[in-house]
Design a protein around this ligand. Structure first.
Ligand code: NAG
Ligand code: NAG
Ligand code: NAG
Ligand code: NAG
Length: 569
C-alpha cells in the first residue's frame, strides 16, 4: 500500500476544525450527559438574512448548501439590483412583478458562512430531487410551467455553477411528488403529485416510455383534504432493491422494475394521517453490516389529526399526532411498533445524526400543512435513540426561539451541526400583521456530541484512502482505509458510518440513508495514528452509487465527516 493515493481533504478538515473551535460558548456541563430533559445542545444564529426562504435545502459534496423557494412569491429578501445595469430593478413597484429582480434560489457556503444568488428558470415550488452518482443534483417538478421541469445542478467550488434546465420534460405534472434514487444507471423514480396518481422514471428506460398508473395512490387519497393526505409520499429503497412507499396511513413494497406490488403492509395504528398536508416525517433507520444490511426498518413520526385541514380553514387548529411507528419491512413478519414522542408534532423534519440517532426538529403542535394552517410552533428538538430500551429513547433538547413552521427545512452538516432555515406560512414574504412572519434567519443546532469535553474521545484528522482501486471512489464490496487520530484508547465501539445527504422539503428528506460499515481491521500505526480497513457497501441496492459523508464515531462521539464515493464502474 506504499503508493497509496491520498485522497486528501485535510485543508477542508482544518477549516472545519477551525470552525468548530470558533463556536462560541458551547458550554456543555458534564453533569448534563445522560440526563434527558435538560435541554441538551446549543443554537447558533449564523445569518440574519438568507435572502430566500429555504423551502428546499440540500447539501452538496462541495460543502455548499442549496436553498430555494418558489419563484412566484414576489419580492424576497435578496434584491438583484445589479440586473440589467440596475436599469430594470429600481425601487419602483414594477419590480414586484418582475421575478428577475429578486433571487429565489441561493447557495450557502458553509465555511465562509455566506450566500450567493442562483437562477431558477422555472418554478421549483414543491419539487423533488436526488443526487446522482457524480454528485450532480437532479431536481424534478414544481409548480405551473415548472411542474414538468427537469433541472440539474452540478456543484462546484468556483461559484460558476448554476441551475440548468433540461430540454426533456416529465410525462406528468409533479407538484408535491417524491423522488428516489434507484440502484442502477443513475436513474430516479418520481412518484405522485397533486392530482397525479402515477410514477415515472428519469431518464426513461426506453424511448417513448411514459408514466405508470399506481392504484395505491388512488386508494390512499383522502377526498376530505386538499392534497389528499398522500402527497410527498415517503419513499425508501429497501436493501432488496424494492421500493417502500408510504402514503396517508398505508404502505406497500413495490417492485419498480416489474410495476408490481410485492407486499401490502398493515395500516399504521391510530387516527390521523402522515403525509402532506398532514405532514409527518419518516426515516429508514441505519442499515447495519452486522446483519449484512438485510434488516430494513422504517420509522414514521407525527402528522395531523383527522379533519385537521378542514378545521384549520375554520380557524380551529387540531392537536397533531404524538405517535411514531416503527416497522421492519424485510422478512415475513410486519407489525407497526408504536411509541409516543414527548409531544404532538407535524411539519417536522427527521434527520439521521452522524451517531445513527434520529433528530426530530422544526414543525408545529397543532393544525396541518398548507398556508397559515398550523399553530403552536415546536421549538424543542427531540433526540431519539433507536437502540435504547422502549420508554427511554426520547429526550427533549434545547429550545430555539424561532418558529420553523410550513416551508422550513433542516439538514445535517459535515461538521455535525444541523442547519435550520426557512418558514413561511404566508403566500408572500410578510414580516408584519401575520401569525408567523416569513423567517429568513439561518441557524445551526449544535448537538451535545460537539461539546469540548468530548474532544479527547473525538476522532480527528480523518482522511480516506482509496488505495489501488482508483482515485475516484471505492467499488462495492472493496476495502478502503480510514486514517484518523485519537487522543485516548479507542472505545470498543468505533463505528464507520456513511450517510447519503438528503434533498429536503416539506418534512420529507428524500434519499436520506445511513449505513454502518464493517471495519475489517484497526491498528495503531507507528506514528500514532489509527489505521482502519473498512469495507464498502456490498451493492447499489444497499447504497446507490454517489457521495456519502463518512463519520468515525468513537463511543458515541463523532468525528467531522469526510466525503467518500462509492462507484459501480
Ligand atoms: C443579527 O441582527 C441582530 C440585531 O440587529 C444583531 O445583533 C446580530 O449580531 C446579527 N447577527 C448576525 C449573525 O448577523
Ligand atoms: C453527472 O451525471 C449526469 C447524469 O448522467 C450528467 O448529465 C452530468 O453531465 C454529469 N456531470 C458531470 C460533471 O459529469
Ligand atoms: C396552542 O396554543 C394555544 C394558545 O396558546 C393553547 O391554548 C393550546 O392549548 C395550544 N395547543 C397545543 C396543541 O399545544
Ligand atoms: C492533525 O493534522 C494536522 C495537519 O496535518 C497536524 O498538524 C496535527 O498534528 C494532526 N494532529 C494529530 C493529533 O495527529
Amino acid at each position: 500500500m506504499a503508493d497509496q493515493k491520498r485522497h486528501s481533504l485535510s485543508f477542508k478538515s482544518l477549516l472545519i476544525a477551525a470552525f468548530l473551535l470558533w463556536i462560541p460558548d458551547v458550554g456543555f456541563s458534564a453533569a448534563a450527559v445522560g440526563s434527558p430533559g435538560r435541554g441538551q445542545g446549543q443554537w447558533q444564529l449564523l445569518l440574519n438574512n438568507t435572502g430566500v426562504v429555504a423551502m428546499h435545502m440540500a447539501l452538496t459534496h462541495q460543502n455548499t448548501v442549496l436553498m430555494f423557494d418558489q419563484t412566484g412569491s414576489g419580492p424576497t429578501g435578496y434584491r438583484l439590483r445589479h440586473r440589467n445595469n440596475g436599469r430594470r430593478c429600481t425601487r419602483s413597484k414594477n419590480d414586484f412583478q418582475d421575478s428577475s429582480c429578486y433571487a429565489h434560489s441561493v447557495e450557502y457556503d458553509i465555511f465562509q458562512n455566506k450566500i450567493s444568488p442562483l437562477t431558477h428558470y422555472t418554478d421549483p415550488w414543491g419539487s423533488s430531487g436526488s443526487f446522482l452518482s457524480n454528485g450532480t443534483l437532479l431536481q424534478t417538478g414544481g409548480f405551473g410551467h415548472g411542474s414538468r421541469s427537469i433541472r440539474y445542478f452540478r456543484p462546484c467550488r468556483d461559484s460558476k455553477c448554476d441551475w440548468k434546465e433540461s430540454r426533456r420534460r416529465l410525462s406528468n405534472e409533479r407538484w408535491y411528488a417524491s423522488n428516489q434514487r434507484l440502484p442502477g444507471h443513475d436513474r430516479v423514480i418520481v412518484l405522485g403529485g397533486t392530482s397525479v396518481f402515477t410514477y415515472e422514471f428519469v431518464p426513461k428506460r426506453s424511448d417513448g416510455e411514459g408514466s405508470f398508473d399506481l392504484p395505491f395512490l388512488h386508494q390512499t387519497y383522502d377526498p376530505d383534504s386538499t392534497g389528499g393526505n398522500n402527497l410527498y409520499p415517503f419513499l425508501h429503497l429497501s436493501s432488496d432493491g424494492n421500493l417502500f412507499i408510504f402514503a396517508n396511513r398505508d404502505s406497500i413494497l413495490f417492485n419498480h422494475r416489474r410495476n408490481r406490488v410485492v407486499k401490502t403492509f398493515p395500516q399504521i395504528p391510530g387516527a390521523g394521517s402522515r403525509n402532506y398536508p398532514s405532514s409527518g416525517s419518516s426515516v429508514i433507520l441505519p442499515l447495519d453490516h452486522r446483519d449484512g444490511f438485510q434488516k430494513v426498518e422504517v420509522m414514521v413520526c407525527g402528522g395531523a389529526a383527522s379533519g385537521a385541514y378542514k378545521a384549520a380553514g375554520e380557524g380551529r387548529y387540531l392537536k397533531g399526532l404524538s405517535s411514531c411507528g416503527r416497522m421492519v419491512i424485510t422478512g415475513n413478519k410486519h407489525k407497526w411498533n408504536m411509541e409516543n414522542m414527548p409531544g404532538p408534532r407535524l411539519l417536522n423534519d427527521m434527520l439521521i445524526l452522524p451517531t445513527g440517532d434520529i433528530l426530530i426538529i422544526n414543525g408545529a403542535q397543532s393544525g396541518c400543512g398548507g398556508s397559515n394552517n398550523a399553530r403552536n410552533a415546536s421549538l424543542q428538538p427531540y433526540l431519539y435513540k433507536p437502540n435504547s430500551r422502549l420508554g427511554r429513547r426520547f429526550s427533549v433538547l434545547k429550545s430555539t426561539k424561532i418558529a420553523r413552521m410550513y416551508h422550513s427545512s433542516a439538514i445535517v452538516l459535515p461538521d455535525g451541526r444541523i442547519l435550520v432555515a426557512g418558514s413561511n406560512p404566508n403566500n408572500r414574504y410578510a414580516s408584519r400583521n401575520v401569525a408567523y412572519p416569513t423567517e429568513l434567519r439561518l441557524q445551526a443546532f449544535v448537538p451535545q456530541y460537539m461539546g469540548r469535553e468530548y474532544h479527547n474521545y473525538r476522532p480527528i484528522n480523518v482522511t480516506i484512502h482509496y488505495g489501488d482501486h482508483g482515485e475516484d471512489g471505492v467499488k462495492y464490496g472493496r476495502e478502503f482505509r480510514v486514517w484518523f487520530s485519537l487522543g485516548t484508547k479507542p472505545s470498543n465501539g468505533v463505528e464507520f458510518n456513511v450517510y447519503a445527504p438528503p434533498v429536503t422539503t416539506h418534512s420529507i428528506s428524500m434519499n436520506q440513508r445511513m449505513l454502518k460499515l464493517k471495519c475489517r481491521s484497526m491498528v495503531r500505526a507507528k506514528d500514532g495514528r489509527m489505521d482502519a480497513v473498512v469495507e464498502a457497501p456490498p451493492s447499489p441496492n444497499v447504497a446507490p452509487p454517489g457521495y456519502f459523508m463518512l463519520t468515525v464515531v468513537n463511543g458515541g462521539i463523532p468525528s467531522i465527516s469526510q466525503w467518500v464515493r462509492f462507484t459501480d464502474t
